[in-house]
Ligand binder design. Structure first.
Ligand code: CDP
Ligand code: MG
Length: 702
């Protein structure tokens, strides 16, 4: 293991001592008792009974579609079956070509690799490993790799035929993430070129279209016993989901038969608040009720915390006392990607927080919206996996039947396609419109236009040298550009830290200070953190989230490697020099010139992208209202706010964006008038400079 990998391993592996010090021997492997318990348990999984049938179908076909409800053992068992088959076929214990199994989110990839490593009694990172954005835990020994779907696409950029894999498993296909949808198209091309490659698509629901898509590939079903689930609705619509969820949990714990509870909420802060309040409320009931273990789950929870959701409920406090219960409060992560046993009660407020992208105006936003009927059914079915159960829907039956879509739109229909188009261009996928097969082409057209404005595509739509470099960074195209061009502004070191902070922030999905600062605050905090030798207590005293900074540091290290592979120069601007602020702002603007807003006389900001009137987020550190700002994102709550901003000068806009970009994209407004003047002035200046250089040429020598 390289030092880099060791460092990562320490940072992100399960700290086994914190999970359970019992059950492991000194080399980190399981002791024989715990291991045999695990093996015994896995024999009860429905998928085990169909192992031979599966292997038989796999042998005879290049593509298989496998459908089985959550908890049937697809994610943990199928890759092991496949591995055995490959080993038998190649008659070596350690085949060179690996098995890959994709997951829709990092948590699922890490959790699956941990469970399978336990079952195989090996250490994560050796025979079984994982690879997620900015972090991998694999070695030369790895034969089974769990990775996010996005990572598999990135791997294809380096090895377009994915020669390192013998079998690729696309798991949780029903989630229909953007990367999974694109992988289907891409793998279809690869399968045509590599007859030795096999593809297994696994899903919790029958996706009939997939069978057609893969030319009538066989569909195999896993038979599961399904326990009945009683569904309850509220009599009238509920507006306070959080309060209603908390009340329901407490009531179930007081009144219902033994069995664990799973409640769905939308955001991390909401989940943490719910856990806190449930614990308080149940605490007030004293010994009248059994003990509870309250755990929360969201997609970016560190692995050692996730493992808690698989632990059994606490035993009663006294013999024959009221039974203990485990209460899991989760985002949609628990819906299908992680299967939790012994859940008997599901509480479903019927809402979900999703990212949307309005391709007409090019604005991304996060919105809480009603869950579709198929998702609601999926949630309910979780109550009947191991015992008969109950599902409490915190909405009316009428709302279930009338206010909801039958299915959730696949992510590809509600996403900004910039990053994915950049990857597909790099993969030289011909005829993108045909390949993407979208009902509306608006999003694709916009993505192509934005990439060409950024300079990543030329007039013919081919990748430029800049675009080629940008595609190598696992960042959105704007951020990648800002990083790639930063040496031109003499500040790649500073921009690296800013990128790392923004991505680390995203990864941990937590607030990092009490207020969300601007770009420079992010940079200053990171620098101070390093100056204080990554001290935890320094973070505590300054109310700064330590895990965001550690994550940012890890992201930064990965980006440094990407930079050096691309041969991008590392340089820094002198901190106390007059250019420090200007250089950094200009580099940010070079990537984010599309996210600029102007302060109009009404006191609102007008954005160039989408032409919306927005406000500065109250938590900004800008000190006043600058005339021009470049911003990182818009959040819509009661109003549209721009968050993480920095002030810039009008004349830089004209210098840095493509010619006439703002004049073409701003509506008639003060912003446009000012820019027109600036453009004219710039033109004059250029003319003058040309004259000047001409005159210089003819100056007679004395
Ligand atoms: O993919 P699918 O939903 O069909 O099932 P799975 O993820 O393979 O999980 C099968 C079983 O493995 C679950 O019911 C859990 O009991 C167990 N499991 C676990 O204990 N710890 C994990 N990290 C993952 C799974
Ligand atoms: Mg699964």
């Amino acid at each position: 293991m390289s030092t880099e990998r060791k460092r990562n391993a320490r940072l992100f592996d399960v700290d086994r001592s914190s999970v359970s010090s019992e059950g492991y021997s000194l080399d980190g492997k399981l002791d024989s008792q715990r291991h045999s318990d695990i093996l015994q348990k896995r024999e009860t999984l429905p998928v085990r009974k169909q192992k031979n049938e599966f292997l038989d179908v796999l042998k005879k076909n290049q593509v298989i579609i496998l459908v089985g409800q959550t908890g049937s053992g697809k994610t943990t068992q199928i890759p092991q079956f496949v591995l055995e088959a490959v080993e038998v076929e190649t008659s070596v214990k350690r085949p060179k070509m690996m098995v890959a199994c994709t997951q829709p989110c990092p948590v699922a990839a890490v959790s699956a690799s941990q469970r399978v490593a336990e079952e195989m009694n090996v250490i994560v990172g050796e025979e079984v490993g994982y690879s997620i954005c900015f972090e991998d835990n694999i070695s030369d020994k790895t034969v089974l790799k769990y990775l996010t779907d996005g990572m598999l696409l990135r791997e294809a950029m380096a090895k377009p035929l994915l020669e390192m894999y013998r079998v690729i498993i696309i798991d949780e296909a029903h989630e229909r993430t953007l990367a999974t949808s694109v992988l289907f198209g891409y793998l279809k091309l690869v399968l045509g070129m590599r007859p030795d490659l096999k593809l297994v698509v696994m899903s919790a629901t029958v996706e009939a279209k997939l069978q057609d898509y893969f030319d009538g590939a066989p569909l195999m079903k896993i038979y599961c016993v399904h326990h009945p689930v009683d569904i309850f609705y509220t009599m009238k619509p509920e507006s306070d989901f959080l309060g209603a969820t908390i009340r329901s949990v407490v009531e179930i714990h007081q009144r219902e038969e033994p069995g664990d509870i799973l409640a769905f909420l939308t955001r991390q802060e909401e989940i943490e608040e719910a856990c806190h309040r449930i614990s308080e409320e149940i605490g007030k009931l004293g010994n009248k009720v059994g003990p509870v273990e309250i755990v929360y789950l969201h997609s970016t929870l560190p692995p050692d915390m996730q493992q808690k959701i698989f632990e059994p409920a606490p035993p009663p406090l006294v013999e024959d006392g009221p039974p203990g219960r485990k209460i899991v409060v989760s985002t949609i992560t628990a819906e299908t990607s992680l299967s939790i046993d012994r859940i008997a009660y599901v509480i479903d407020p019927g809402v979900v927080e999703q990212k949307f992208y309005d391709s007409r105006v090019g604005v991304k936003f996060l919105m809480v919206s009603p869950v579709s009927r198929d998702r609601a059914d999926m949630r309910a079915s979780l109550a009947g996996r191991t015992v008969p159960g109950k599902c409490f829907r915190l909405y009316t039956e009428r709302s279930y039947n009338q206010d909801r879509h039958a299915q959730t739109d696949p992510e590809i229909l509600r996403s900004d396609l910039g990053s994915i188009v950049l990857i597909l261009k790099k993969l030289e996928v011909p005829d993108l419109r045909h390949f993407m097969n979208l009902p509306a082409e608006e999003a694709l057209t916009r993505a192509l236009k934005e990439l060409s404005d950024l300079g990543a595509l030329d007039d013919k739509g081919n990748l430029t040298k800049l675009g080629n470099m940008m595609s190598k960074f696992p960042l959105d195209p704007q951020m990648a550009k800002m990083l790639v061009v930063s040496p031109g502004f003499n500040c790649s070191n500073e921009i690296l830290s800013i990128c790392a902070m923004l991505s680390g922030f995203d990864k941990v999905k937590a607030r990092f200070v009490d207020t969300d600062g601007d770009y420079l605050t992010l940079l200053n905090v990171y620098n101070e953190f390093k100056r204080n030798k990554e001290d935890l207590s320094w973070c505590d005293t300054n109310f700064i989230n330590y895990s965001v900074l550690k994550s940012a540091q890890n992201v930064r290290q990965h980006l440094v490697q990407c930079m050096s592979r691309c041969g991008i120069e590392m340089c820094r601007t002198y901190l106390y020099g007059p250019e420090y602020y200007d250089n950094i702002s200009k580099a940010i603007l070079a990537g984010y010139f599309m996210q600029v807003a102007h302060l109009e006389c009404t006191g609102d900001y007008l954005t160039v992208k989408g032409n919306q009137y927005v406000h500065l987020h109250p938590s900004n550190f800008l000190g006043g209202k600058p005339e021009w700002v470049v911003y990182h994102e818009i959040v819509s709550t009661s109003m549209n706010f721009i968050r993480t901003a920095m002030d810039v000068r009008g004349e830089w806009l004209v210098d840095i964006a493509p010619p006439r970009y703002y004049l073409k994209n701003f509506p008639n407004s003060e912003a446009k008038q000012i820019l027109e003047l600036l453009e004219k002035w710039k033109e004059e200046q250029r003319k003058w400079e040309r004259e000047e250089s001409k005159n210089k040429r003819y100056v007679p020598r004395k």
